[in-house]
Design a protein around this ligand. Sequence first.
Ligand SMILES: Cc1cc2nc3c(=O)[nH]c(=O)nc-3n(C[C@H](O)[C@H](O)[C@H](O)COP(=O)(O)OP(=O)(O)OC[C@H]3O[C@@H](n4cnc5c(N)ncnc54)[C@H](O)[C@@H]3O)c2cc1C
Length: 417
Amino acid sequence: MARTLTNWAGNVEFEARRLHRPASVAELRALVAANDRVRALGAGHSFNRIADTSGVLVSLDDLLPCVIDVDPGRRTVRVGGGVRLAELCAELRRHGLALPNLPSTPHFSVAGAVATGTHGSGDGNGTLAAGVSSVELVTADGSQVVLSRGEDDLEGAVTSLGALGIVEALTFDLRPGFEVEQYVYEGLPWSALVDHLDGIYSAAYSVSAFTDWDGSLRLWVKRRTGDPLPDLTWTGARPADGPRHPIDGMPVANATGQLGVPGPWDERLPHFRAGFMPSVGDELQSEYFVPRADAAEAVKALRELRAFISPVLQVGEIRSIAADTAWLSPSHGRDSIAFHFTWIADPSAVAPVLLRIEAALAPFGVRPHWGKLSSMDPGTVAASYEHGHRFRELLGRLDAAGKFRNELIDSYFPSDL
Ligand SMILES: Cc1cc2nc3c(=O)[nH]c(=O)nc-3n(C[C@H](O)[C@H](O)[C@H](O)COP(=O)(O)OP(=O)(O)OC[C@H]3O[C@@H](n4cnc5c(N)ncnc54)[C@H](O)[C@@H]3O)c2cc1C
């Protein structure tokens, strides 16, 4: 009997009963052409049904050759969609090159992360999709479509929610490798965050606040070596006296190096180390993006909900993301602050809290993370993207029969059929 397939967190049982693992691009194309319903699965780290299909689920993990082609002259890399961020980072480092920013952990597949608008923190850093200059898709009839910078459709094809086809490869812009030092500050007063949010988030290359939304508020500050040394004691916070894990009680060894010890970009920008358990494991996640200009008011609105949030929360994180141009990037067209929640693994306890949060953030034109839990009305979410109608048109054009659609995609971008 076929084994049940689940996502990483175990809260989603996929409808598809088998994971196909083509060994070559030719096999992948034939598989796509021969089936009515297909979706790609990356590392399975999304918390909702975005990767699911009633048909054939495809992993690129066994695809050969494993493509990571660095072009040092042009400072670009062409990378296979199934490659994990950690593998990509290791290869870039060997060439003295870097991505501008990384999410909290490098365990994701490159294509899965880009498809959902995955991001880290930093006033000058967009989502991972912001650095993509070309997308190579296997489309519904098994043929290849390449969309590159300069073509309008590229902005629709990067954060594609996996709905346009199977991403065989992506090309990223790179920059010279750099070192980063990480400092943790504790005891930040809430009033300082609300009154000086811009000053705090602009203090370094990447700044995150971790909180239980009740008492504790900690800053994780990542400075590029050579940039001015941030001193955030003016906020009332004090430097931590030892290394910390973002979540109290979890092993510090799983977290990336702190106390200002310089390290390569890919060993400091994520919070969690490659090869170690990221986050908690037994958890659910949600994340909501609001325009930067509304962030302080949004913090106040969420603080009002702390009696509901804290009992079901493992940790919250507040990050800053620069505006970008991908049609479905959650920070499309607006510098954003994102409120992330790592919940306890109890969907029924978390669901009513999501409703309260979504109601509290509704006045700010909130957009949920595509790969995390939300109960927002899909029509309202789609309408918050000014190019949502163009994405729907692109879907119809590249996948007229709806091969790569699933229930989640249909709810946001109904088919015209
Ligand atoms: C511990 C943990 C920490 C996290 N931290 C962050 C964070 O810091 N920042 C953040 O923004 N998010 C974060 N997330 C969410 C995560 O980044 C997204 O869920 C991301 O999509 C996961 O990548 P994946 O490879 O697991 O994709 P999957 O969940 O496997 O797939 C996501 C989507 O991509 C599509 N897809 C995957 N591969 C392909 C392909 N080759 N071609 C076409 N479509 C494809 C799938 O069909 C699906 O629609 C975190 C999740 C976890 C579990």
